[in-house]
Ligand binder design. Structure first.
Ligand code: PCA
Length: 215
C-alpha cells in the first residue's frame, strides 16, 4: 500500500495552537485513494525541522509528502508553487534563531518548484466549495525552509517521490485574538487536505489553466 506523509507544525509566534497541526492530526491512519496516511508534527525551528522531516521520510518511505503550515494573514488554502533558497526570519523561531539572508542549503539551486499538481488541487478545492489559490511565495521563514529542504531531499533521491507545501489560514479561535484576521474552520481545512492528498495521488501531472481558480 502507498504511503502519504503529511506534516504540520507546532505553535509559534505567541500562538497556543497551530492550525496546520490541528488539521493534519486527524488524518493519522486514514486511508485515502488506496494510500495510508502518516502524520508528523515538526518543530518551528530552522534546521531541526528538516532533520526530523528527513528521519520520518526514511522511516515511512512515502510516495507523496505534503507539508502544511500556518499563514495567519491568508484567507484561502494556499497551494505553494515555489520554495526559495533563502532563510530571512521576521521573528525568531522557537529556539530563538533568526537567520537573515542565509541559504537553506549552501550551494543549492535558487529555487525548487512543488512537484504536486498545484493547480489541479486548487481547482478541486474551489469546486468543493473550499476557497483555495496557488500561492507564488511560501515566505522566507520556517515553512519555506521546510518546503525547500523537502524538495531538495526528494530531488536527490530516485525513484522520485513527490512533494510540496500548503499554507492554511488561522482557525476561528485564533482570529478572535487578531481582529479582522481571516480564518477557516478546522474541519474545512482537514477536508481540504484530504482532497489535496487524493488529487496528488491521482494526478502525476498538473493541468494548465490561468487565473480563475488560482486567483
Ligand atoms: N508557519 C510558519 C512556520 C510554521 C508555520 O506553521 C511559516 O509560514 O513559515
Amino acid at each position: 500500500m502507498k504511503t502519504v506523509l503529511v506534516t504540520g507544525f507546532e505553535p509559534f509566534g505567541g500562538e497556543t495552537i497551530n492550525p496546520s497541526w490541528e488539521a493534519v492530526k486527524p488524518l493519522q491512519g486514514c486511508q485515502i485513494a488506496g494510500a495510508n496516511i502518516e502524520v508528523c508534527q515538526l518543530p518551528c525551528v530552522f534546521d531541526i525541522s528538516l532533520e526530523q522531516l528527513y528521519a520520518v521520510i526514511e522511516l515511512v518511505k512515502p510516495e507523496v509528502v505534503i507539508s502544511v503550515g500556518e499563514a495567519g494573514n491568508r484567507s484561502n488554502i494556499s497551494v505553494e508553487r515555489v520554495a526559495i533558497n533563502v532563510n530571512d526570519a521576521r521573528i525568531p523561531d522557537n529556539l530563538g534563531q533568526q537567520p537573515i539572508d542565509t541559504p537553506v542549503i549552501v550551494g543549492g539551486p535558487s529555487a525548487y518548484f512543488s512537484t504536486l499538481p498545484i493547480k489541479t488541487i486548487a481547482n478541486e478545492l474551489n469546486n468543493a466549495g473550499i476557497p483555495a489559490t496557488v500561492s507564488q511565495t511560501a515566505g522566507t521563514f520556517v515553512c519555506n525552509h521546510v518546503m525547500y529542504g523537502l524538495l531538495h531531499y526528494l530531488n536527490q533521491r530516485p525513484p522520485a517521490m513527490r512533494g510540496g507545501f500548503i499554507h492554511v489560514p488561522y482557525l476561528p479561535e485564533q482570529a478572535t485574538r487578531h481582529s479582522g484576521a481571516p480564518s477557516m474552520a478546522v474541519e474545512m481545512v482537514t477536508a481540504a487536505l484530504k482532497i489535496a492528498i487524493e488529487s496528488a495521488l491521482r494526478n502525476e501531472t498538473d493541468i494548465t489553466i490561468s487565473g480563475g481558480a488560482t486567483n
